[in-house]
Write a protein that binds this ligand. Structure first.
Ligand code: PXP
Length: 238
């Protein structure tokens, strides 16, 4: 299992003052040097953190894989086809939300997804769909041509009662095993932190974790390099 670092909130901090500090690319390079195997950024419709130029800059300068998170807006699809990241992760997006609030309903948008997967594949870009850990969603993800599913761990992360949290872990485990059995690569992410990542890291068929907010937050305490190493050590010790 590998760690992909989401650097959106480096851009959030930069944009708070409108300047160039902290530097998004530098954060990506530090994460790579600390052992991250991929860099994730979410280009939102409102460009609230990552800007178009950041995506190009990351693509041209990182040495691991670039995962561009995006919703299916025409201009962002066009940008993805121009940048050619290694992977696009398709997410639902609402203007009012503070962060991505749940998985895609792939059943409702299967026709659009078939077209999108074809466009991305023609450029050699892999497609991941961010979904709830649900067997039907996994099945449809496979049928529209996705290469990977990223299972939403936000519900698991937000639950405080152990029995309910364990129930959600079972759902994530079952969805992972099913996706793996039908030939989909599996990623997981949202809300993962230094306390709750270990349980997810125990699910061996998950190929990668996508973690952002907690890494950037803990960087204030430990520094970015040390924080990335802490997450990698959790992954490797489980
Ligand atoms: N995966 C997806 C699809 C996301 O939208 C996000 C948030 O941008 C993450 C993972 C990372 O979530 P967090 O910032 O809570 O670690």
């Amino acid at each position: 299992m590998i760690l992909n670092v989401n650097i959106d909130h480096v851009a959030t901090l930069r944009n708070a003052r409108g300047g160039t500090e902290p530097d998004v690319l530098e954060a990506a390079l530090i994460s790579e040097a600390a052992g991250a195997k991929g860099i994730v950024c979410h280009l939102r419709e409102d460009r609230r953190h990552i800007k178009d130029a950041d995506v190009y800059n990351l693509k041209n300068n990182i040495s691991t894989r670039l995962d561009l998170e995006m919703a299916m807006y025409d201009d962002i699809i066009a940008l993805a086809l121009d940048v050619v990241p290694d992977l696009v992760t398709i997410v639902p997006e609402g203007r009012q939300e503070l962060t991505t609030e749940g998985g895609l309903d792939v059943i409702a948008i299967q026709h659009e997804l078939i077209t999108l997967c074809k466009k991305m594949h023609d450029k050699g870009i892999e497609v991941s769909l961010f979904i709830e850990p649900d067997k039907t969603q996994v099945e449809i993800a496979k049928s529209v041509g996705a290469d990977m599913v990223e299972l939403h761990t936000g519900t698991y992360a937000n639950l405080t009662e152990t029995s309910r949290q364990n129930g959600e872990l079972i759902r994530i485990n079952e969805a992972t095993l099913f996706a793996d059995s039908i030939g989909l690569k599996v990623a997981a992410g949202h809300g993962l932190n230094l306390d709750n990542t270990a349980n997810i890291a125990k699910i061996k068929q998950i190929h990668e974790l996508s973690i952002g907010h907690s890494i950037i937050s803990n960087s204030i305490k430990y520094g970015l390099e040390a924080t990335v190493k802490k997450f990698i050590s959790i992954i490797e010790s489980n």
